[in-house]
Design a protein. Structure first.
Length: 582
């Protein structure tokens, strides 16, 4: 009997394998030797099944586009809503500070652009648009309201529809700062609030403007990149200004659906935080020019890469070899699958298979990108393995440093999540930490603004002064704004600021008779200090001499720490003036 049991067990293992092979998904098309090798290398049914599903989706969606259109099928595009309303019924443009200079949420602008592009796309008999039901009503002009989709929902709906491409109409803005007139980035000194709703002064030096298209960095076929570059060239030819971030076409891998969906782009049509550009963004002529380029270059890119011309009433097929691009898409999706499951060795072998396409200029960028991801992971894995060795030797402090370094080496890209989870598990990050509930109770809530947080108190003259120098503002006016002093004090402080010299301590070598060698010594030096446009923290003594002055890019409006009559109403001279009035 004891010999019979292993035989029975072996029989059931063979039987279960045969049953799996019968239920496993069949390949949609014949595959290259490279793809067949990857499939056969996997011995576990679950992994092999997942890889076959990846390959089949790519083949069904991207392999035979010209033939499908010629046979009467349409190209499906998923139109992703830009943000939308949350469960409370509030626009996420408001709740997440995606607000224009006039206080309008990003969705307000996006609806205009989405409808215009949709009208062009739906007029093409070879294109089908799929989106959420409530956003479809918005596109059709039946509604002005829609709810946002999480990235996972977008990917799921687009995949279920067999979508070729995900698109989304967005508007850009900069700075985390809320202002009375909306989120704005015009240069100058502005009173603002940070993410914790704390008041501060911010010296904004730059002004952002221009369009950009975020393309899917994970798209190894090169379609997303080519499309974004075509949009940029078309709009520049029309006289539109590209954003200076890679001049209007930016490879992006930050968002989840970039990783989880093969081909996608986000249109960023301009900066609603820029007053001049915000006006142009709402100009119908400006809108039409942008949207027409998005539509025309989509068709142009399809023609160039997949050899299908759908610009007219009849589709025209052009002889273009796109097999390498489809192969690269498959390999890239398999690599992502391995990375998400922290399977480095298999990912490496697949990237090596991708490398044979690196001589193709259109595909080289993708090979380089995936190789760079692998390089970063390989370094973290080495640190992790070193940590395991140290832990086994009971060198716990050293092991913790290695695990921490392994996590720190990886950025916030979701592709690293599987690895970071492994390293953090070793670190035991949740041990001894405060609960999320206790943390949230200690964190200032951004939605609850306390206007009484600035308490008007008088200040001693020695409390540091916040002095702001706007463009074209004189030192005298800056002092009046900051302190509102009497005439005699104003003249004295102005004179001290005009003649202020910054004290610095400089290290130098000095011969020591005692030690009979050069030793380090310090000497006091002064250098001219000019009060130009910007924010300054100035320390005065009781005689109104300047003890110290520093230029800062921003400063929190803390009345217990600083004095300023313009913003805090707590100047030392305000105190003396009140006493005189009494």
């Amino acid at each position: 009997m004891k010999y019979l049991l292993p035989c029975i067990t072996a029989f059931f293992i063979i039987l279960s394998t045969e049953l799996y092979s019968q239920s496993a998904p069949l390949l949609y098309k014949d595959q290259s030797s490279t793809i067949n090798s990857i499939i056969s290398f996997e011995k576990t049914p679950e992994t092999q099944n997942s890889i076959i599903e990846i390959i089949n989706y790519i083949d069904k969606t991207y392999a035979d586009i010209p033939e499908k259109i010629k046979n009467g099928n349409r190209l499906t595009i998923f139109f992703d809503p830009a943000h939308g309303k949350d469960h409370t019924g509030e626009w996420r443009g408001i709740t997440t500070n995606r607000i224009g200079v006039t206080g309008l949420p990003e969705e307000y602008y996006s609806i205009f652009y989405s409808r215009k592009l949709y009208n062009l796309l739906k007029s093409n008999n070879f294109i089908e648009i799929v989106t959420s039901k409530d956003f479809q009503d918005v596109l059709d002009g039946k509604s002005e309201s829609y709810h946002y989709l999480k990235f996972a929902q977008t990917v799921s709906m687009a995949s279920d529809a067999g979508a070729f491409l995900i698109i989304a109409q967005h508007l850009n803005n900069v700075s985390i700062f809320n202002k009375a007139d909306g989120r704005i980035n015009i240069p100058g000194i502005h009173m603002a609030r940070d993410k914790q709703n704390r008041l501060l002064l911010k010296n904004i030096k730059g002004s952002y403007s221009g369009f950009l298209t975020l393309y899917n960095k994970f798209d190894a076929s090169g379609f997303s990149r080519e499309y974004a570059l075509n949009i940029k060239n078309s709009l520049v030819d029309k006289g539109y200004t590209p954003n200076n971030w890679e001049y209007g076409a930016v490879g992006d891998d930050r968002f989840t659906y970039y990783m989880d969906f093969p081909v996608s782009v986000i249109y960023e049509n301009g900066f609603i935080s820029n007053p001049e550009e915000e006006k142009k963004i709402l100009d119908p002529y400006y809108m039409d020019g942008i949207v027409k380029s998005q539509y025309d270059t989509l068709l142009e890119t399809l023609k160039k890469i997949y050899g299908v011309d759908i610009t007219g009433s009849e589709a025209k097929i052009i002889d273009v070899n796109y097999n390498n691009r489809v192969e690269m898409l498959k390999l890239a999706r398999i690599v992502i699958y391995y990375f998400k499951n922290a399977e480095t060795i298999r990912a490496k072998k697949t990237i090596e298979a991708m490398s044979k396409y690196s001589k193709n200029a259109d595909l080289a960028d993708s090979v380089e990108y995936y190789s760079s991801v692998l390089k970063k992971i390989t370094h973290s894995e080495a640190l992790y393995k070193r940590g395991i060795t140290q832990k086994n030797k009971k060198q716990y402090k050293s092991a913790r440093k290695s695990f921490t370094a392994a996590v720190a080496n990886l950025d916030s890209n979701a592709i690293y999540n599987g690895y970071k989870a492994r390293y953090n598990n070793e670190l035991g990050q949740n041990r001894g930490k405060k609960t999320l509930a206790s943390k949230s109770s200690e964190t200032p809530q951004s939605g609850k603004r306390k206007e009484s947080s600035i308490i008007i108190n008088t200040s001693p003259i020695t409390k540091p002064v916040i002095i702001t120098m706007e463009e074209g503002t004189s030192i005298k006016q800056a002092i009046i704004d900051a302190l509102n002093p009497d005439k005699e004090s104003l003249e004295r402080i102005e004179n001290k600021m005009l003649n202020y010299k910054k004290v610095k301590w400089v290290k130098y070598k000095k011969w020591s008779k005692k030690h009979k060698k050069n030793i380090n010594a310090w000497k006091k030096t002064t250098e001219d200090f000019k009060f130009k446009t910007g924010i300054y923290i100035v320390n005065l003594d009781k005689n109104l001499n300047i003890l110290k002055a520093d230029s800062v890019s921003s400063v929190y409006l803390n009345p217990d720490k600083y004095q300023n009559q313009q913003y805090l109403k707590n100047s030392y001279f305000e105190n003396t003036e009140l006493e005189k009035n009494i």
